[in-house]
Ligand binder design. Structure first.
Ligand code: FAD
Length: 320
């Protein structure tokens, strides 16, 4: 069976959920071969084998944490040379998209970014993208070489499937450009204790209807009651009420949780683009004509300052 390279994102050996989703996609296309780079790479093996990785190519060279982008491109070029890959899959992130583009250039192949699905096709993988704020769905295929594809988080389910997980050392010869951009400092992001927005099963979002930054306390309380992440509309972010890292939508993050709660959000197309694939959508809005109700599985017409605290209290009561 043809190999499919899956580039694993991890933090010191802790595999990020979207990488496990990539293994699900890879199993459709062939035999998943994970590539894990950087400190702690070898600690990922049992998790990857437990999610379908037949082989795990590992390199823990210091270059991956000390320098940006190019060392990873060098390693992936080496990985492609080692297996008979029909595709290289990466999680869609800023750095990964740069890695993907440079890798495709080196391989003389093509790159497709921000896939929402990858299907099996006759002439190679067919990549599904959502375009123009999700108004169109496109299907494309790389026409030559090994396709390099970045896939958005939450595009597939994580599936526990035991596989061999045979570990192989990946020797990497670093190119001249590998030490071009050095990381000079790192600072940890403040930890909220809530799940990562793009990975969360529950997202509670707030918009301009909250009326102020303080209003987000209501959203946070509900998110905490549900064990979820907090999202925000661009209007709320632009007003300085919540950090941009939490913006959901066309120019923010795409989320596809089991449950999305939109409170005080009107449902502009640019917001929908980032959340309309959520499995169940609950809306709280005082305007019954708000377009977001078109997407709602459950809707409450009312003032969120009354509805959200009641909802949070009721959930906490039932949990207790
Ligand atoms: P509004 O549209 O003002 O809606 C507020 C809602 O709150 C209304 O429906 C109102 O009825 C309701 N409300 C008010 N008070 C209460 C209350 N007390 N209780 C309950 N409900 C109440 N937007 C995004 O979100 N994400 C993006 O990534 C994004 N990208 C964009 C990219 C471009 C190029 C452009 C042009 C725009 C983009 N936008 C984006 C902006 C988008 O067009 C909207 O302006 C924005 O989503 C509106 O945010 P909102 O729904 O919070 O505010």
């Amino acid at each position: 069976m043809a190999d499919v390279l899956v580039v694993v994102d991890h933090v010191e050996g802790l595999v990020r959920k979207p990488s496990l989703e990539l293994l699900t996609v890879a199993r459709r296309l062939g035999s998943p071969v994970a590539v894990v780079l950087g400190a702690g790479a070898s600690e990922t093996v049992s998790v990857l084998a437990g999610h379908g990785a037949e082989r795990v190519l590992v390199s823990e060279a210091g270059e991956f944490s000390d320098f940006l982008v190019v060392p990873r491109v060098d390693a992936l070029e080496a990985a492609v040379g080692r297996v008979s890959a029909v595709a290289v899959l990466l999680v869609s992130s800023g750095e990964n998209k740069e890695v993907a583009a440079r890798l495709a250039l080196r391989l003389g192949s093509g790159v497709i970014t921000d896939a929402v699905d990858v299907e099996v096709g006759e002439g190679g993988p067919v990549v599904v993208q959502s375009a123009f704020a999700a108004s169109f769905t496109t299907r494309s295929r790389v026409s030559r070489g090994v396709p390099v594809i970045t896939v958005k988080p939450n595009s597939a389910a994580v599936e526990a499937v035991e596989a061999a997980g045979v570990v192989e050392d990946l020797p990497v010869e670093f190119s001249e450009g590998a030490r071009g951009v050095r990381v000079v400092s790192r600072s940890a992001r403040a930890v909220s204790g809530r799940p990562e927005l793009t990975e969360a099963a529950v997202v509670v979002s707030g918009g301009r209807g909250l009326g102020s930054g303080e209003g987000f306390a209501l959203v946070e309380a509900l998110a905490d009651a549900l064990g979820g992440a907090v999202g925000a509309s661009r209007a709320a972010v632009d007003a300085g009420w919540y950090p941009h890292a939490h913006q959901v939508g066309q120019t923010g993050k795409s989320v596809s949780p089991q449950l999305y709660v939109a409170s005080g959000i009107s449902g502009a197309i640019q917001h929908r683009a980032g959340m309309q694939t959520s499995k169940t959508i609950v809306v709280v809005n005082k305007d019954p004509e708000a377009p977001i109700f078109e997407l709602a599985d459950y809707g409450v017409v009312g003032d969120l300052h009354t509805v959200l605290p009641q909802l949070t209290e009721e959930i906490n009561k039932r949990k207790g």
